[in-house]
Each structure stands twice: as structure tokens, then as C-alpha cells.
Design a protein around this ligand. Structure first.
Ligand SMILES: Cc1cc2nc3c(=O)[nH]c(=O)nc-3n(C[C@H](O)[C@H](O)[C@H](O)COP(=O)(O)OP(=O)(O)OC[C@H]3O[C@@H](n4cnc5c(N)ncnc54)[C@H](O)[C@@H]3O)c2cc1C
Ligand code: FES
Length: 262
């Protein structure tokens, strides 16, 4: 389902912008229109102020939203020019954003749900976890990061009623020592989670999708592509699927993993 018809172009005022881990920040933005309408797994396409030489917007998932306060949070990792500029945004700065964009997570009809988030891939899954926990669903969350300091969403996930959270760190500084694929595999093979949703580095999504589909589980993935227009017009974000080429921005970013040609 495309949500292009409900797009808002909104001035988002920075309320806070704090470092939460190594190269990781959370920016809180006041934007009542987006905060009220965003669905789990959707994203916003942001114009970073002071980037006159870089005309393209930057896509970011909404980490969490507070409809009553009219705010939403973005958890971002510094990887290049735009995200570096973002770290210096002070309260009161304005980022223009189009959103909420895209097809988000679909709530499975029945059964437990396993969420697997690698790195900042934990961000787009959080609203989905909130939605599932609020509906009383059995939710298990496997979170992977390189180090304990980078596991910045762990406390938020642990605070969700009924969700069991398994941390994994590559360096073994917290939780399972090694990649989060091992605890994900264990959860899938337990048979208690016939539904899987995963977001993170592409190799992680590919491995977890394969494990889930081999175990006859449903599996959703949130794919990241470079995006120019963000509204379905330019075809810069195509994803190969068994049904042909799809646009990550409006046909996704969440796709049924069984349709994706990796
Ligand atoms: C739907 C979607 C949701 C995303 N959600 C988040 C999120 O919640 N948190 C987060 O930290 N990151 C997220 N990203 C990635 C984020 O968009 C890029 O990290 C950001 O655009 C980099 O901008 P930059 O100017 O700092 O990097 P640049 O200097 O432009 O490039 C650095 C690297 O970032 C990647 N990149 C740059 N532009 C884009 C783009 N338009 N689309 C995808 N990748 C790009 C490229 O791989 C490049 O190698 C998301 C991407 C997509 C497509
Ligand atoms: S970014 Fe233009 S079609 Fe997806």
C-alpha cells in the first residue's frame, strides 16, 4: 500500500539533538502533522540545513513519535557529510521534511513475532515493537551492535511490556558474544515465532530472511537504498523482486522477504 497520498511537507523544529553512543545521535523534532500520522516502519525525507551544495534530501526512519506532544525522534548514525552537519543542529533549527513516506510493517494475523535489529536497523523496528506489545502479542527482540556502547535502543526495548530482549555484541562486551544471527536463529528454530521482521546491514537481512523462510516463517525486511525524490517518481531506489522492479521509497521500504531477489 502506498501512502503517497498522505504526504506532508512540514517544517520540523529541532527540540533536542543528543549523542547517545559512538557516532549515534537522537534528534527530536517538533512536527505535529508527521508525528500524528506516521505508521511503524515509515520514514521522512529531510533537508539538512546548511547543505546548499548537496541538494538531495536524506531519508531517516522515525524511531518513535509522540502524537500528543507533536514530536518524533530520529536515531541517526554519522556516516557522511549530511549526518555530520546534523550533529551540530541546535534547538530551534528547522529541518524541512516530507513524510511520512512508504509502506511500513504489516502486523501478522497470529503468532509470536521475532524482531531482529542490527545497528541503527533497530530504529525502524521500535514503533512496530510498541504496536505489537500494545496489542498483547508475544514479541521477542534480538538487537545486535558492535559494542555495548552502540546498543543504544536496548533500554527502550526492555521497557516495553511483555517484550523479551536479547542483546548481542560483536566484541562480546554485552549479551551474546558475536553476531546477532545466532540468537535470531535460535529463536526461529524454537518454533515460537512464526513471524519475523528484520532491519540492519544487508548481509544480516539476507541471512535472517533465509533462516526464516526455510523454517516456513513469514518474514518482512526493511530495505535501504539511496533515494533522490523519495516520492516514487525518479526510480533511483529500485529493488529487484520476483514481481519485477519495485521502488523502495513507496512500494517499501518494508517488503515481504520471500519476494526480494537479493
Ligand atoms: C528508508 C531509509 C531509512 C533510513 N533510516 C535511517 C535511520 O533511521 N538512521 C540512520 O542513521 N540512517 C538511516 N538511513 C540511512 C541514511 O539515509 C544515510 O545514512 C544518510 O542519507 C547518509 O547521509 P550523509 O550525507 O551523512 O552521507 P553521504 O556523505 O551522502 O554518504 C555516506 C553513505 O551513506 C549512504 N547514503 C547516502 N545518501 C543516502 C540515501 N539518500 N539513501 C540511502 N543511503 C544513503 C551511502 O551508502 C553512502 O556511502 C535510512 C535510509 C533509508 C533509505
Ligand atoms: S527515491 Fe525516487 S522513486 Fe524512490
Amino acid at each position: 500500500m502506498s501512502r503517497a497520498q498522505s504526504l506532508i511537507d512540514e517544517a520540523c523544529t529541532v527540540k533536542g539533538n543528543v549523542q547517545v553512543g559512538p557516532g549515534l545521535y537522537i534528534v527530536t523534532l517538533c512536527a505535529p502533522g508527521i508525528a500524528r500520522t506516521v505508521q511503524p516502519g515509515q520514514f521522512v525525507h529531510m533537508l539538512v540545513p546548511g547543505m546548499e551544495a548537496h541538494v538531495l534530501r536524506r531519508p531517516f526512519s522515525v524511531y518513535q513519535a509522540d502524537a500528543a506532544a507533536g514530536t518524533f525522534d530520529v536515531l541517526y548514525q554519522v556516516v557522511g557529510f549530511g549526518t555530520d552537519v546534523m550533529t551540530r543542529l541546535e534547538p530551534g533549527a528547522v529541518m524541512q521534511a516530507i513524510g511520512p513516506i512508504g509502506t511500513g510493517w504489516q502486523v501478522p494475523e497470529e503468532g509470536g513475532v521475532l524482531l531482529v535489529g542490527g545497528g541503527v536497523g533497530a530504529a525502524p523496528l521500535f514503533m512496530f515493537a510498541q504496536q505489537l506489545a500494545a496489542a498483547g502479542r508475544d514479541v521477542k527482540v534480538v538487537l545486535g551492535a558492535q559494542t555495548k556502547d552502540a546498543l543504544v535502543t536496548y533500554d527502550d526495548y526492555c521497557a516495553l511490556e511483555g517484550a523479551s530482549v536479547v542483546p548481542a555484541t560483536d566484541d562480546g562486551s554485552f549479551g551474546h558474544a558475536g553476531f546477532c544471527t545466532a540468537p535470531a536463529q535460535e529463536a526461529i528454530e524454537s518454533g515460537s515465532y512464526p513471524n519475523v521482521a528484520v532491519c540492519g546491514p544487508e548481509p544480516l537481512m539476507k541471512i535472517v530472511s533465509r533462516l526464516a523462510l526455510d523454517a516456513q516463517c513469514s518474514c518482512q525486511v526493511s530495505l535501504e537504498r539511496r533515494m533522490a525524490c523519495g516520492i516514487g517518481a525518479c526510480l533511483s531506489c529500485v529493488v529487484d523482486t520476483v514481481e519485477g522492479k519495485k521502488r523502495a521509497c513507496v512500494d517499501g521500504p518494508v517488503f515481504d522477504a520471500s519476494l526480494v531477489v537479493w
